[in-house]
Design a protein around this ligand. Structure first.
Ligand code: GDP
Length: 197
């Protein structure tokens, strides 16, 4: 898919104020600092579209970006930042769960995983939550350039193994790097395929 246009549409803290459910949308989520903003900027080819390196926990917003006037890329607040208070975390959960469970136009959630790390409990738990609710998702491993290929593959295999303790089948896994643009076409093709069905 070629990205011809990418426009910031709206930031929201309220589900009731989201754009109408008329276009397919794809949500990006992951632990704070996983490389979500960098990935969004890389995929859309717009530097600064999503704000990188914000203070963890600062934004609790759902950001909608309209892509090619055909679909929405949705930037969800990161989970699992150590510094936020318990009440913040609970608020996060309510707000995001509401979105994930009720948004009719949501086609797929992209769960971002840092390819440098061994499987993290918080990521597996989040995948289990999505699985239990029947919310479609795939896994996008980030920062591939920071590892040798073997290390990324090793961590992906370990993640898969961990997932198989909870799932019969493991969702699709894609390896990416925002630095080298590795995996860009695969992510965009995935979206294009879903949009065409
Ligand atoms: P976010 O909090 O998930 O939105 O993460 P950011 O996109 O702000 O990235 C966190 C840090 O990781 C920043 O310092 C980025 O420059 C760095 N980073 C993100 N993606 C990559 C990548 O693919 N390769 C490398 N080398 N660094 C990355």
């Amino acid at each position: 898919m070629i990205i011809k246009s990418a426009e910031f549409t709206v930031s929201n803290t309220k589900i009731s104020k989201l754009p109408p459910c008329v276009l397919p949308e794809y949500a990006f989520i992951g632990r704070s600092n996983v490389g979500k903003s960098s990935l969004i900027n890389m995929l859309t080819d717009v530097k600064g579209l999503a704000k990188t390196s914000q203070k963890p926990g600062k934004t609790q917003l759902i950001n909608h970006f309209l892509i090619n006037k055909e679909w929405y890329l949705v930037d969800l607040p990161g989970y699992g930042y150590a510094r936020s208070s318990k009440s913040n975390r609970l608020e996060w959960a309510k707000f995001i769960k509401n979105y994930l469970e009720k948004r009719e136009s949501l086609q797929c959630v992209f769960v971002l995983i840092d390819s440098r790390l061994e499987p993290q409990k918080i990521d597996i738990e989040f995948c289990c939550y999505l699985g239990e609710r029947g919310i479609p998702f795939i896994l996008i491993f980030t920062k591939a350039d920071k590892n040798g290929v073997n290390k990324s593959q090793q961590n992906m295999s370990a993640f898969k193994k961990e997932m198989l303790k909870h799932f019969e089948e493991v969702p699709q896994m894609l390896l990416t790097s925002s630095e080298t643009k590795f995996g860009k076409e695969e992510v965009l093709s995935f979206i294009q395929d879903v949009n065409q069905h």
